[in-house]
Design a protein around this ligand. Sequence first.
Ligand SMILES: Nc1nc2c(ncn2[C@@H]2O[C@H](COP(=O)(O)OP(=O)(O)OP(=O)(O)O)[C@@H](O)[C@H]2O)c(=O)[nH]1
Length: 384
Amino acid sequence: MALSTVICIGMAGSGKTTFMQRLNSHLRSKKTAPYVINLDPAVLRIPYGANIDIRDSIKYKKVMENYQLGPNGAIVTSLNLFSTKIDQVIKLVEKKNESHKHCIIDTPGQIECFVWSASGSIITESFASTFPTVIAYIVDTPRNSSPTTFMSNMLYACSILYKTKLPMIVVFNKTDVCKADFAREWMTDFESFQAALREDQDTNGTSGMGSGYMGSLVNSMSLMLEEFYSQLDMVGVSSFTGEGFDDFLEAVDNKVGEYDEYYKAEREKILKEKEEKEKKRKEKSLDGLMRDLGINENKTAKSDNEGADVLSDLEIDDNDGLVERDEDEGVEREYTFPGEERTEGEINSKNEPDLQKRYRDAFESVAKDASSQTAENIAKYIRQ
Ligand SMILES: Nc1nc2c(ncn2[C@@H]2O[C@H](COP(=O)(O)OP(=O)(O)OP(=O)(O)O)[C@@H](O)[C@H]2O)c(=O)[nH]1
């Protein structure tokens, strides 16, 4: 059994938490209990047992107090703090790879805090690069029965699809109150959507959302979204009655298949390109730094006392504005990285066959030491 991840995303009140609860109990009744993660730091009570709960490690109220943040800022900061530990979370979930078929994840109702935050991307990326991952976009069906609201919600779903680049299932929830047939029709038949829009205009006149500028905008949008709809699976469910959950699980299997077939290769390609770009960038900045420090295996311009390239090469002297180079100060300079104490002479020595590698290793260890401060830095940054 290989584990796949389902990330539940949806507008506030769309029913994510109730959906998670029903999905959990539905899977349990089939003797395939899921691994459950709650990523909503602000939720007061969750009606399902979570294996990993963000609230265990991050106290939302304390984040608000300590960093003097409002509700949304505190959610983003909590997610940022949590994302610094995402490697540990992934390791825990990896251990369940054989015993569980699904890992289901609940996200904050403030959808933008998760979808458009750096930490939301890090968390999603971390799961998606380890397991086949599917987005379940939960929609409140009764509230989306007007063509304009429906279109707005679909545009949001569309932006999430292109942002995450992950297979998506649009889940029309609360079908016990309102059936989702109209949505299926609008998503598959452009003309029926146009007819609904016209009807909305006729009923509500110029005061309605479907009239005037908005009407023609929605009209053109519906054409644009045809391509988007073709990439989606849609299901209607009721988290109250359990209706439609078998269809949902079928859609998940279908999307996991698609993930393995298309998305995985595409993602790996993007990640490889990213890695190569990052490697080049690092090499470039390392070279720049080496030049700044005047360190070069082939003896540097700096030690030959040629003109200064950068400000950091210079020390301002009180002496009539005369600028003196570090090397002229008669102080023995030490380049000290943890565990290494070497003088400039040693560094510039030809006996250092792989100087760049030693620097890289030293930087990595410095970066590790700094990681404990990362969370605090993130919080500081946000406060700024
Ligand atoms: N009739 C009906 N109501 C539902 C269904 N699912 C959820 N609800 C109701 O919708 C409301 C919101 O449900 P939640 O599960 O709290 O929604 P949520 O998206 O987690 O909300 P946030 O955490 O605020 O984002 C609650 O009053 C639920 O009882 C459903 O399938 N049918």
